[in-house]
Design a protein around this ligand. Structure first.
Ligand code: ADP
Ligand code: MG
Ligand code: MG
Length: 211
């Protein structure tokens, strides 16, 4: 029998998969301008693998275990640089969520995941990557330590907006990591697909939790 946390997890994951599948063409178009045009496909492969997993497995009640399982799925099925980077991200993000799943633990998870992505991927904020959505969101989440009880959701919503404006800001950035770094800067006037996907995932997770 599925516990209440597993039911929430299922709802969130299903929503994320729907978002990624709906964005497939948009992400491919963005990646065509700056990379090899497959960013929507890699994310769609992850979404299909997650959908298949949801329907054939009992979802663990512990969020850390869920993230570890997702790390394995994206490692195996997503492909691309984003597959490897998401796998590292999710593996690291799982650790702060063993035995805790409050708002602060999720912020710690996002922080640990982003640090792992930075360490192994070698990019910095401003390099036109997923980090340009993640890092501004993390900045906002620092406010969680000062917020009165019950005010956490507003901070998470603000963090989503920071991720979206961070993704949007990559229009003006020259890529210094990933395939986009091989494309001449003057040809890229669209935002980075990986950053756009990160912001969309965050928005979807927060919206699904609030619904
Ligand atoms: P590939 O580049 O192998 O085709 P995808 O198209 O799935 O992989 O993903 C490309 C996205 O990966 C880029 O838009 C960028 O946001 C992200 N990315 C690439 N390299 C890095 C890195 N070193 N750190 C963080 N994100 C990165
Ligand atoms: Mg690509
Ligand atoms: Mg590729």
């Amino acid at each position: 029998k599925e516990g209440p946390l597993s039911a929430v997890t299922r709802r969130v994951l299903e929503a994320v998969c729907t978002t990624l599948l709906n964005q497939r063409e948009e992400l491919n178009t963005l990646d065509r301008a700056s990379g090899d045009g497959d960013c929507g496909n890699t994310h769609a492969l992850a979404a299909r693998a997650i959908q298949e997993w949801i329907h054939s497995h009992v979802i663990p009640g512990c969020p850390g275990k869920v993230l570890s399982a997702l790390a394995g799925l994206v490692q195996e099925h997503m492909g691309g640089s984003s597959g490897a980077l998401y796998s590292l991200f999710l593996t690291a993000a799982a650790t702060p969520l063993s035995g805790r799943s409050d708002s602060a633990a999720w912020a710690d998870a996002l922080h640990a995941g982003t640090e792992a992505m930075r360490r192994y991927g070698g990019a910095d904020p401003g390099d036109r990557t997923m980090l340009d959505a993640l890092c501004p969101a993390l900045d906002e989440l620092r406010k969680l330590s000062e917020v009165p009880p019950g005010g956490e959701m507003a901070i998470w919503q603000a963090a989503v907006q920071k991720a979206e404006s961070g993704a949007e800001s990559t229009r003006n950035l020259t890529a210094r990591a990933g395939r986009a770094s091989y494309v001449a800067a003057e040809r890229v006037t669209l935002p980075d697909p990986g950053a756009v996907a990160v912001a969309a995932i965050l928005r979807t997770v927060i919206a699904a939790l609030g619904s």
